[in-house]
Every structure is written in C-alpha cells, then in structure tokens.
Design a protein around this ligand. Sequence first.
Ligand code: ZN
Ligand code: FE
Length: 252
Amino acid sequence: MKIEIIPCLNDNYSYLIVEEKTNTVSIVDPSEYEACDQIIKKYNKLDYILNTHHHADHVDGNLKLKKKYNSLILGFGLDKGRIPGIDIFLKDNQKQKIGDLEFEVIFVPGHTKGHIAIYFQKEKIVFTGDTLFSLGCGRVFEGSHKEMLKSLMKLKNLPQETKVYCGHEYTKTNLNFCLKYDEDNSFLKKKSVEIHDKLKKNMPTIPTTIGDEIKSNIFLRFDDANVKKALNLKDSSDQEVFSKLRDLKDTF
Ligand code: ZN
Ligand code: FE
C-alpha cells in the first residue's frame, strides 16, 4: 500500500492510495479536482473515492473525478444525501475491500453527524478526516462534546503504532495550543522540534501515530494530572476537561 499526500486548497490533505498487486487506485477526501488529478493522471485510473465526511473541503473533487475515471464513491450511509455522487453506503464496523486491501469503518460522530474514520487494520493506517488531527481534534459542529470524546476514545484505542493521516495541516497552531496547557510535557517538546523542522522544509507534518498523539495531543490527555492542573480542573471528569479544552481551542 503506497500513499501519496496531495496538498489541496489552503491547508487540506487528500491522500492517494495505490495498491500494486491488483493495480487499484483510490483517493481519500478529494478536496479539489485540479490538484488531485495532477497526481491521479500518473496512474490514469481512479477506482474508488473514499469520503470521511460531507464537508465541501473533503468532497469537492468527487463528481468531476467520478466523471473522468468512472470511480465508485464510498461514504457513510447516514450522509447519503450530503456526499455528492455516493454509490456505496458504509456502516459502522463494516469491513470493505478495495482491490486487495481491506478497511474497517469506524463511526466517529462529533465534527459532523456522519463522520467516519477509515482504518486499514493489517497495514496499521487510519484516515481520520477532521476528527483527530496531529496535536488536535476537529471542531464540534453537528454533534455534542460527549460524542466527540467518545469518537476520539475509539481512535485512542487503536494500536499505538497506527499511522494517522488527517484532513488538514493544522499542526503548528495545534502545537502552540498544546504547549500552552501542557508546557512540562517533554515528549511534546521533542515533537515540537521535529514539527518545526518539517515545516521549515515545507514538508507535511503528517503522518503522526496514535502512540505519539497519546503522549502529546492534549485532546487525548484529558486524564493527565498536569493538564488538569493547568486548567484548574484537578477534580473534574474526563468529559469536563475535554469540553473545557475544546471551548478554549475554539477561541485560541
Ligand atoms: Zn470538516
Ligand atoms: Fe475539513
């Protein structure tokens, strides 16, 4: 399984997945036609379009790509009215083949009502859209903070070595937020050096891993004593800490 990172729009990432055994080419969240097609052209085919959620910056390339390559579009069944050109309606926990690869659908509502993560168990790779970012999480637009926390917990429970490919390059702002409330986290400081190094070279900070995120992403560290202390929430529940963090980040 080969993954090509395609920078789109201001700060979006689309991902091309190439499976060489059966020559199957798929794309996750084609944000825009032009930038994606520049890369797809090299393969001259696009079998599948996978969408994590219905937002325009994740589906805007759907229809033009489908028309050019006769691709099949896969998205969560609940969002069948909102994902342009959808052909296959996915369900939570469902396993789905694309060529020789198989992924599992992980339903992660919160950012939107029908958001999914696309998890390749064998390859230990997950596409998290706008639910889990490197050092951050998505804004809660359609769901509740409670749902979002539950969704993040599902991702937190994946094997630590799982590589995380998310929908945006928001790492720098997320890093600054994490540092503000988790300043004594030595792993975060180490990660900060790596991130600045990559950004200086104009490289994506993606992928990260679940293990790295558990150690450095403050939105997965709602149960950490230092984080709770920094927020003045020493005796609060995980949910209260998470909600406070999400509120603070909304105006950061
Ligand atoms: Zn979104
Ligand atoms: Fe987005």
